[in-house]
Design a protein around this ligand. Structure first.
Ligand SMILES: Cc1cc2nc3c(=O)[nH]c(=O)nc-3n(C[C@H](O)[C@H](O)[C@H](O)COP(=O)(O)OP(=O)(O)OC[C@H]3O[C@@H](n4cnc5c(N)ncnc54)[C@H](O)[C@@H]3O)c2cc1C
Length: 394
């Protein structure tokens, strides 16, 4: 797409040059030329008294939607092991299959991973394509994007879902560009429209004030990333059978970076992997009081979470925020300290296995979802817990 000049009509009046705020129009060899600064805003077209400028629309190639079949999920690996989030994506794919009845297929890249894919077949994947290569030992966006788009072009799946992890979020947008389709990022649900068979991709929008349902009507595959911990990991299925198929790819394209080494970052907030989370809210009164939350978390080998009120007050960083506009978590134990339990906070933690709430207000909504409620002042309760835990460690 671009702006085209109809030279027969243009009288070099220069009105378009004056109007263009991007400096994208110039005169070269007595002719108007549009340069690379043009962002297609169209102001010049409206301004031209001779109607000598038009927007050229690239004719889109119609795609045959019926050629695209299958529900694909991306099998993420970490240190050459299948990441637990991959089982959640399989679960989402199984949900879609209930209404769409198309083959569930996983795609995995890694080194020596073939044998590690069998559990996915036991849990309902009907096919898994994998590429085994040293190159996948370190995650690199362009290599992953090239490999997945190559397979998508070859097999034409109808749907491709990926976890909205650091890996999924970083390479999937490049895949959607390469295969010329749309992508809905960070979905909190996916489903199938029973009338049209289209993928319904649900995600919060306008800062979480609206839940948007997005469809991709004219392009394939329909692609979405899904937040971790929304779907349970898939269960084993009786008599499930499937094929694990090796694929090969030429890595010349995009292989431009040499990884010299890897270092594990310390103190990275991995709320979504944590088995125990201790979260603090506005009840902490001041940022420095997060120290007692951190002390309790350290003793429990837990991660530190927070309500949006605490994050917005600048007491702790956004990566710690739990809730509709933060992270969705599902630890074995979630301890909410001085958090009221607003619906947007509950949206991110209410599926935790066991919830403990400490709040001085007996009517706080958090107690409705708590398995164990402590009505009391957190500045009294938490130090007692810390003391008891320290005693048991002696
Ligand atoms: C679009 C939108 C998206 C949002 N997204 C999120 C989100 O992702 N995550 C999120 O958390 N919120 C989110 N919110 C904000 C949410 O509505 C609440 O405002 C927020 O969760 C409140 O945080 P809080 O519970 O820490 O504070 P409050 O609601 O002020 O609750 C503080 C609690 O602390 C208790 N307390 C006070 N002192 C003590 C004490 N000494 N000991 C024990 N208890 C004490 C009080 O009784 C009270 O229940 C969102 C809101 C909107 C509109």
């Amino acid at each position: 797409m671009g702006i085209k000049v109809i030279y027969e009509k243009c009288n070099l009046c220069r009105k378009c040059i004056e109007k263009c705020v991007f400096g994208a129009i110039e005169i070269k060899e007595n002719k108007i030329e549009i340069n690379e600064k043009c962002n297609l805003c169209g102001l010049c077209i409206k301004t031209c008294p001779q109607n000598a400028l038009i927007k050229e629309v690239e004719k889109k190639k119609e795609i045959n939607l019926d050629e695209y079949k299958g529900i694909w999920f991306f099998v993420e690996t970490r240190d050459s092991q299948v990441a637990s989030v991959s089982y959640e994506m399989l679960s989402a794919a199984k949900k879609l299959k209930e209404k769409l009845n198309e083959e569930i297929c996983g795609v995995c890249f890694g080194k020596n991973i073939k044998d590690k894919l069998t559990p996915l077949i036991k849990k309902g994947a009907e096919k898994i394509y994998f590429i085994d290569d040293d190159i996948f030992c370190n995650f690199r966006e362009e290599i992953y994007a090239n490999a997945l788009s190559y397979l998508i072009k070859k097999y034409k799946p109808n749907i491709v879902i990926t976890a909205a992890t650091m890996i999924g979020r970083s390479f999937i947008p490049a895949v959607s560009v390469k295969v010329k389709t749309g992508l809905t990022a960070d979905c909190t649900d996916v489903d199938i429209d029973e009338k049209t068979g289209l993928l319904i991709q649900t995600r919060p929008t306008f800062g979480g004030n609206l839940m948007a349902k997005i469809i991709c009507e004219k392009h394939r595959p329909q692609m979405a990333t899904i937040r971790p911990k929304i779907f349970e990991e898939a269960d084993d299925e009786e008599n499930s059978k499937g094929e694990i198929i090796e694929e090969k790819i030429n890595f010349e394209i995009g292989d431009k970076i040499e990884i010299c080494g890897r270092e594990k970052l310390e103190n990275v907030v991995d709320l979504q992997e944590a088995e125990i989370i201790v979260s603090g809210g506005r009840g902490l009164k001041e940022g420095k009081n997060f120290n007692i939350i951190k002390e309790l978390a350290d003793l429990l080998n837990a991660a530190v979470g927070a309500s949006r009120a605490a994050v917005d007050s600048g007491w702790i960083g956004y990566p710690h925020q739990v809730g509709q506009t933060g992270k969705t978590v599902k630890p074995k134990i979630y301890i909410a300290c001085g958090i009221s339990g607003a619906i947007q906070h509950l949206a991110g933690m209410q599926t935790s296995d066991y919830i403990i709430a400490i709040n001085k207000d007996p009517d706080a909504p958090i107690f409705k979802v708590a398995n164990l409620g402590v009505v009391g002042d957190l500045f009294e309760v938490i130090p007692i817990l810390i003391k008891k835990l320290k005693e048991t460690r002696r």
